[in-house]
Write a protein that binds this ligand. Structure first.
Ligand SMILES: Cc1ncc(COP(=O)(O)O)c(C=O)c1O
Length: 389
């Protein structure tokens, strides 16, 4: 049975062009980029060319930096912990205060939790039922000792897009020395973005969300922003991230962004249209379903829906038998269901959260995949509803 992959927000398959480039780096550029002899210099050139490309992709300015890391999670840790540690080092008597939203990825939320154990003050801003940030709460939470605000570009579970341009402007108007970080893991390489439009201070992203290798990420740092390292050792990555560089991973990041850039308009149009068609067909195929997150301001590739009377894990199990891969925000751990913190923050009922499934499409999704998926989802949902009745 063919597999139909509808979980692009979890990870994307490698693009064959990216794979080719990564294999070339693995085969032909295996020197240590810090070595001064030829093999090392060749790998160094590849890395610096990749960095330059990534900077130009982001429309970074002169003096801005891009640091390569092992993942989106590491970039996020480096941005948030690095900013707080630098602040503590420079302002010894002040307790730093940091702000984020309740619907961030755990890479952000658990970094905040860690910093709480180190005496850092934190604030978590809520959202409304459409996934929109409560701006009044954000504004009133800003204090003299607020060091950093971290708000994601798009939510990984619902696809809801945050109006970062407006949020950033509001924050900077209140206090312009607050560092603004964004977890852009679901945005960069997936939809249009330019620092000219949204001048973030710090921005994290991850290769495996845009058809590059897993285990590689990057952090953009605006000129003049000071952060401390979180991994100590050698002086790689401008002294901000010790460890011999993952040349193939870094090359794959640049190539992944390049492939996206070359075909961005067509890809966005196609995925946007497919997302709309999938949603329309799903809603015409059956009663008792609800779209989660923002109805309009969302990544069009992400369709998070609750199926009345159906438990997400049973539906996913049945869909897997049909050859379909999708995911649920709520996870079953040792028999206990842990409800999605993202859907909970929307104020949804427990039933709605427990029946929510995320389908996310991407570059290699075809119309045939969607046709098959719709009929399989319909059959599986009707069967589960009949069984439970
Ligand atoms: C929004 C968001 N942030 C951060 C991450 C973590 O990225 P990585 O898997 O590269 O550590 C993910 C991955 O799912 C994500 O979706």
């Amino acid at each position: 049975m063919p597999r139909i992959y509808l979980d692009y927000n979890a990870t994307t398959p490698l693009d064959p062009i990216v794979l080719e480039e990564a294999v070339n780096a693995l085969k032909n550029f295996s020197g240590n980029p810090s070595s001064v002899y030829e093999e090392g210099r060749a790998a160094r050139i590849l890395i610096e060319d990749s960095r330059d490309f990534v900077k130009s992709f982001l429309d970074a300015g002169g003096g801005d930096e891009v640091i390569f890391t092992s993942s989106g999670s590491e970039s996020i840790n480096l941005a948030i912990i690095g900013a707080v540690y630098a602040y503590k080092r420079l302002n010894k008597s002040e307790t730093p205060h940091i702000i984020t939203s309740r619907v961030e990825h755990h890479a952000v939320l658990n970094t905040f939790k860690f910093l709480e154990t180190r005496g850092v003050e934190t604030t978590y801003i809520g959202i409304n039922e459409f996934g929109e940030l409560i701006m009044d709460d954000l504004i009133s939470s800003i204090k003299e000792n607020t060091v950093l605000i971290s708000i994601m570009g798009a939510n990984n579970e619902t696809g809801t897009l945050f109006p970062l341009k407006q949020i950033l402007k509001t924050v900077k108007n209140i206090k312009d020395d607050i560092l603004f970080h964004s977890d852009m893991v679901q945005v960069i390489g997936k939809t249009g973005f330019s620092l000219n439009n949204i001048p973030l201070d710090l921005c994290s992203f991850s290769g495996h969300k845009f058809y590059a290798l897993k285990g590689c990420g990057a952090l953009y740092i605006k000129k003049g922003v000071t952060i401390d390292p979180v991994i100590y050792g050698g002086h790689q990555e401008r002294g901000l991230r010790a460890g011999t560089e993952n040349t193939a991973g870094i090359v794959s990041i640049a190539k992944g962004l390049g492939v996206f850039q070359n075909n961005m308009n067509n890809e966005l149009k196609r995925i946007g249209a497919f997302g709309e068609i999938f949603l329309d067909r799903l809603f015409s195929a059956m009663e008792g379903i609800r779209l989660n997150g923002h109805p309009v301001n969302r990544l069009k590739n992400t369709i998070n829906v609750s199926f009345d009377g159906v438990r997400a894990e049973s539906l996913l199990f049945n869909l897997d038998l049909y050859g379909i891969s999708a995911s649920a925000g709520s996870a079953c751990n040792a028999g206990a269901i842990s409800l999605s913190h993202v859907l909970k923050a929307h104020g949804y009922s427990i039933n709605r959260i427990e029946s929510a499934v995320r389908f996310s499409i991407g570059r290699f999704t075809t119309m045939d995949d969607l046709d098959y998926a719709i009929s399989a989802i319909k059959e599986a949902v009707l069967k589960l509803r009949t069984d439970s009745a």
